[in-house]
Ligand binder design. Structure first.
Ligand SMILES: NC(=O)C1=CN([C@@H]2O[C@H](COP(=O)(O)OP(=O)(O)OC[C@H]3O[C@@H](n4cnc5c(N)ncnc54)[C@H](O)[C@@H]3O)[C@@H](O)[C@H]2O)[C@@H](O)CC1
Ligand SMILES: Nc1ncnc2c1ncn2[C@@H]1O[C@H](COP(=O)(O)OP(=O)(O)O)[C@@H](O)[C@H]1O
Ligand SMILES: [K+]
Length: 559
């Protein structure tokens, strides 16, 4: 699993490396700038000109981790570059080390024969030492324009630039975006993006699009959307959390995220958020005895005309590998359900007393409830009885609304529970936490979906899976991961009626198989997106369980 870092964690890793003497800040900055240039040419080989095929002067893969030469030296002057089209870039540099990286990028492009114009935001005198060193190195051969929105707009309006590099703010953005960058941010850049023309300049962000908080993905009033974001050492949490506000979403802000090695060592960060990727061992936990060793999930169905959600959840639980799945159905709905299921068993459960009786059978080791369960007192009594049974239990939809309405019910949650709210349900369950998340941020690092989910899990005393394209899964002890359906895993068609019900079933099925709540929720959410990706657009919720065999086959054949 990939660790996603906060700005403070990244800074700590960098400081430790510098203090140990293994690298200097200037060397890291050089590698960062070279990494950005390398990523640009990898993304758009046509911009590498004659060197695209990796000829002399091309930027090769990192060769050496010890010294500055992680990325090999480039020709020193434009004359050294063989005849090629002159490419043009605008590099926007800020007052900190992000700007320092920008000056390295500007120099390396210039060394390749590019025509590069640099705009500096802020006061060069106050720059941190490494950034200032690169600023001064740039001044040896070229000039810097002072920041002027009109001038930048006029320059970009010429429209014959190949590349715009955003190196204004990175992980050090601590306040709202400054007013005097307004025209560039709010006016010109989004306009360029709306053109969608083939020959518009490519926009590249150094580390993170300026204006996006790297810890939260929140937009601190006006961000600079990009085609490509090049980060260093590890991706930041903010790359994977959706920023609010138009254009809506981190995916749009970052374009595509590439992470470049700058020679920093792995550090053990206890509370790091992880980007989830399943281990095969979770899913190969099939024993060779009999079906009961794969568990027995009980899924509670709603009344007549409302049983579809539970049927889909039950099918998901069975497909994900629960040994047996039983639908607990109110008597009035029994006929309706019986006509539509085969491998799934039925039990008549008219009320909470009947449920308690069923749960006397210890072989029911996991419960899934909530989808279309209803919101009346009888439904609340079913939730209470299910919780009192102390089994691994996933609660979704109506069960979450009932928990939100009744503090005594909420107090029955235990550490084998999994809550799966979408944003609306989250707000009902944790209104004060949701309010913090919705408040317009005024400083960085801003409160994030990760912070909110961790806080909710701690309060509930159980696992919380906060849905969305950036699903966050947190345990009460703070362990946390993001299941991303963004970038190369984007599957917006997963937002279809009933897909959450299937997720409930996937989680219940994995819980039945004896997998711990966190691993079950993470694996289920990952499989859910994989099924959607496999199927593609046109997906309806019923398709998700049917897609599982393909996904599992592929996963289990991984080397
Ligand atoms: N930490 C690391 O390990 C490395 C960091 N590098 C670069 O350094 C960046 C972080 O550098 P810094 O910590 O200097 O931070 P930044 O360069 O992101 O920004 C900090 C500067 O911007 C100012 N600032 C922040 N918010 C502002 C606002 N709203 N309006 C006006 N000014 C504002 C601050 O006062 C400070 O001068 C990274 O994003 C990355 O690009 C790389 O050079 C490689 C290694
Ligand atoms: N844009 C999106 N991209 C990918 N997945 C999404 C997106 N929006 C929502 N989802 C996922 O779709 C599912 C919807 O669940 P839910 O809101 O409970 O719907 P329902 O109640 O109709 O089942 C969740 O797993 C959620 O994470
Ligand atoms: K930036």
């Amino acid at each position: 699993m990939t660790e996603l870092l906060t700005a403070a964690q990244m800074r700590a890793i960098e400081t430790a490396a510098i203090e140990s003497g293994e690298v200097t800040g200037l060397e890291l900055m050089e590698r960062a700038g070279a990494g950005v240039v390398e990523a640009i040419f990898e993304e758009w080989p046509e911009l590498a000109g004659a060197d695209a095929a990796g000829g002399e002067g091309g930027i090769a893969r990192p060769a050496e981790k010890g010294g500055v030469a992680l990325h090999p030296a480039l020709p020193d002057s434009p004359q050294d570059i063989c005849e090629q089209k002159k490419f043009r870039a605008v590099v926007l540099c800020g007052p900190g080390n992000n700007g320092g990286d920008g000056f390295v990028v500007a120099r390396l492009l210039r060394q390749r024969g590019w025509e590069v114009e640099v705009f500096l935001y802020g006061d060069a005198v106050k720059m941190p030492p490494d950034a200032k060193a690169n600023y001064e190195r740039w001044l040896e051969n070229a000039g810097v324009h002072r920041w002027d929105d009109n001038f930048i707009e006029d320059t970009l309006d010429e429209c014959d630039h190949d590349l715009v590099v955003d190196a204004v703010f990175g992980t050090g953005l601590t306040r709202l975006m400054p007013d005097d960058t307004e025209r560039t941010w709010h006016g010109f850049v989004p306009r360029v993006f709306s053109w969608h023309q083939k020959d518009r300049p490519k926009y590249v962000a150094v580390d993170i699009p300026s204006g996006i908080c790297s810890d939260s993905g929140r937009n601190l009033e006006g961000a600079f959307p990009t085609d490509l974001t090049v980060s260093f050492h590890r991706a930041k949490i903010g790359h994977y959390l959706l920023a609010k506000g138009p254009p809506d979403g981190g995916t749009l802000w970052c374009g595509k995220v590439v992470v470049k090695d700058i020679g920093l060592k792995d550090a053990c960060i206890a509370d790091a958020v992880r980007l989830f990727d399943p281990t095969i061992s979770t899913l190969t936990k099939f024993s060779d005895t009999h079906k009961y060793s794969h568990g027995h999930a009980l899924i509670l169905a709603g009344g007549p005309g409302r049983t579809g959600a539970a049927r889909m959840a039950a099918r998901g639980a069975l497909r994900v590998g629960a040994g047996l799945v039983t639908l607990a159905v109110p008597p009035a709905a029994q006929k309706e359900v019986a006509a539509q299921v085969t491998a799934i068993m039925l039990r008549q459960v008219g009320d909470a007393t009947a449920l308690a009786k069923v749960l006397e059978d210890a072989r029911f080791n996991a419960i899934g409830l909530g989808p279309a369960l209803g919101l009346d007192e009888d439904a609340a009594a079913l939730v209470a009885t299910a919780l009192e049974a102390g089994r691994a239990t996933v609660l979704d939809a109506d069960a979450l609304t009932l928990l939100a309405k009744d503090a005594a019910l909420f107090a029955k949650l235990h550490d084998k529970c999994v809550l799966t709210p979408h944003a609306g349900e989250f707000k009902r369950l944790f209104p004060d936490i949701a309010a913090k998340l919705e408040a317009v941020p005024t400083k960085g690092p801003a409160y994030s979906k990760v912070d909110a989910t961790r806080e909710a899990a701690k309060r509930a005393g159980c696992l919380v899976l906060f849905k969305g394209p950036d699903t966050v899964i947190a345990a009460p002890d703070g362990r946390c991961s993001i299941n991303s359906a963004q970038y190369e895993r984007a599957a917006p068609w997963l937002a279809t009626a009933g897909s959450g019900d299937v997720l409930t079933g996937f989680i219940a099925g994995l819980l039945a198989r004896g997998i711990a709540p966190q691993q079950a929720a993470e694996t289920a959410a990952w499989l859910h997106v994989e099924c959607a990706l496999d199927f593609g657009p046109g997906l309806i919720a019923e398709d998700l369980p049917e897609q599982l065999p393909n996904v599992l086959r592929r996963l289990l054949s991984r080397p």
